[in-house]
Ligand binder design. Structure first.
Ligand SMILES: [Zn+2]
Ligand SMILES: [Zn+2]
Length: 201
């Protein structure tokens, strides 16, 4: 079946503003079928797993964690748990201030430590085309990396598979999904200040 989901969310269990329940309610309201909550490992509060398992929702809610990995500087890797499958995502290559060549090197090094499956091509839900390139030989994943309600629903994926965690992870690993973006949303620099603008088309 056709499913809509988003695999990168922060909550009050690290540096996000939404509780896991708030996040699930917002994404349910946006018509999502699944989400992953992926709070930062170094900021994690206790009872995190229990809080995710206690969310009352019709959504599939994946337990995830954003790992801080030191590889000539810090990079972030999301580890998302299915029933048996585990998905590893190299996160937001555009956020490290690195060149394409350096990003390729970092991905190569991190892949020796974690079984990477996919690489994000978004920065807080905005497409980063400079890293959506064939030289990165992984499926490219769009996600929100949402930390508050305004950051929810900018970028997501859609896929056609059975509605269970492992089928979703396997489809993503195969690259069998579509990246989707909120229509008309783009990010630009105005007078040196990074802003976000939504244009109604
Ligand atoms: Zn991150
Ligand atoms: Zn994040």
């Amino acid at each position: 079946m056709l499913l809509k989901g988003q695999l990168h969310i922060h909550t009050t269990f690290s540096d996000g503003k939404l509780t896991p329940q708030d996040a699930a309610d917002i994404y349910a309201g946006l018509g999502f079928d699944f989400i992953a909550i992926t709070d930062h490992d170094h900021l994690l509060k206790s009872n995190y797993r229990k809080a995710i398992e206690s969310v009352k929702t019709d959504l599939i809610v994946f337990y995830g964690i954003e790992l801080t990995v030191f590889e000539k500087g810090y990079v972030h890797v999301n580890r998302i748990e299915g029933e048996k499958e585990i998905l590893h995502v190299f996160n937001h290559p555009g956020e490290y201030g690195l060149s394409r060549k350096q990003v390729l090197e970092r991905i190569h090094s991190v892949a020796k430590r974690y079984p990477l499956d996919v690489v994000e091509v978004t920065d807080h839900g905005f497409h980063t085309p400079e890293f959506d390139i064939p030289e990165i030989k992984y499926p490219k994943l769009a996600s929100d990396d949402s930390h508050n309600s305004i950051g929810c629903g900018r970028a997501w994926i859609e896929l056609d598979c059975k509605k269970n965690k492992d089928s979703i992870i396997r489809a993503i690993r195969r690259g069998d999904f579509w990246n989707c973006y909120e229509r008309g949303l783009k990010k630009e620099k105005i007078k040196g200040v990074l802003t976000t603008n939504q244009f109604i088309l």
